[in-house]
Design a binder for this molecule. Structure first.
Ligand code: SF4
Length: 224
């Protein structure tokens, strides 16, 4: 699935440089935010992971006042409230989530990463930015070959994952609760993104989200 050359290349770049300029629009937005919110993290948000994770949760991109503020994926906004509440119920975290990168929360068997590492305006990365950031997702996967189970939060994460492993999008359509199986035991679960919009509109309920997180954790062998 991922070649040795890619692994060698990728192992250098699990996390982008703090001043990554590959996406001019996002680098410009970051510059504006540094001036506007000097106390925020305001940089590509790095992977957050347990040691040797078995389940990788792939989100879309940092929220302006969430991960872009705190520097930890999903930390500090509504999506994180639901995600971390659900991880705790599944035994995939230890400690109390307190919306801050220094709250001492520890992940069990899980990695959390975004398909796009920099906050985009209006939470909407464009296709070129999703493509430009994909090498970092690839490098993260290549550096963690023991992680076979993936959970995509939303269609963009789903499609970026498929492109990362070289699969046709039409062959694996996004559907909440779906499980897609690939070579080498790799499995992708789909969930609607745990955003406030999706939960307010009842596109995603807590029960629906728990169901797919628990299924992914069970498949990864880390459900407690
Ligand atoms: S989104 Fe990714 S590739 Fe684009 S500037 Fe940020 S870190 Fe670099």
């Amino acid at each position: 699935m991922i070649t040795g050359i890619e692994i060698g290349y990728a192992s250098q770049m699990i996390n982008p440089q703090k001043n990554c300029q590959i996406c001019p629009r996002l680098a410009g937005f970051r510059f504006e935010n540094i001036k506007k919110y000097p106390d925020y993290f305001n940089a590509p948000v790095p992977v957050w992971s347990a040691k040797s994770p078995k389940l990788v949760i792939v989100g879309l991109a940092p929220g302006l006042k969430g991960a872009n503020r705190t520097g930890r994926p999903f930390t500090g906004d509504f999506a994180g409230d639901l995600l971390f509440q659900t991880l705790a119920k599944a035994g995939l975290s230890e400690g109390k989530y307190q919306s801050s990168a220094d709250d001492g929360l520890v992940l069990n068997g899980v990695m959390i990463v975004n398909a796009v590492r920099c906050v985009p305006p209006q939470n909407k990365p464009v296709a070129a930015e999703i493509n430009a950031c994909r090498p970092f997702l690839l490098s993260t996967m290549a550096a963690n070959p023991q992680a076979k189970v993936f959970l995509a939060l939303g269609r963009i994460a789903h499609e970026s994952f498929l492109r990362t492993i070289g699969k046709r999008l039409a062959a694996y359509p996004f559907k909440h609760g779906a499980m897609h199986e690939f070579n080498d035991g790799v499995v992708l679960f789909d969930s609607y993104h745990c955003s406030r919009y999706n939960t307010n509109t009842k596109v995603l309920t807590e029960e629906m989200f728990e169901s797919v997180v628990f299924a992914a954790a069970e498949k990864a062998g880390i459900l407690r």
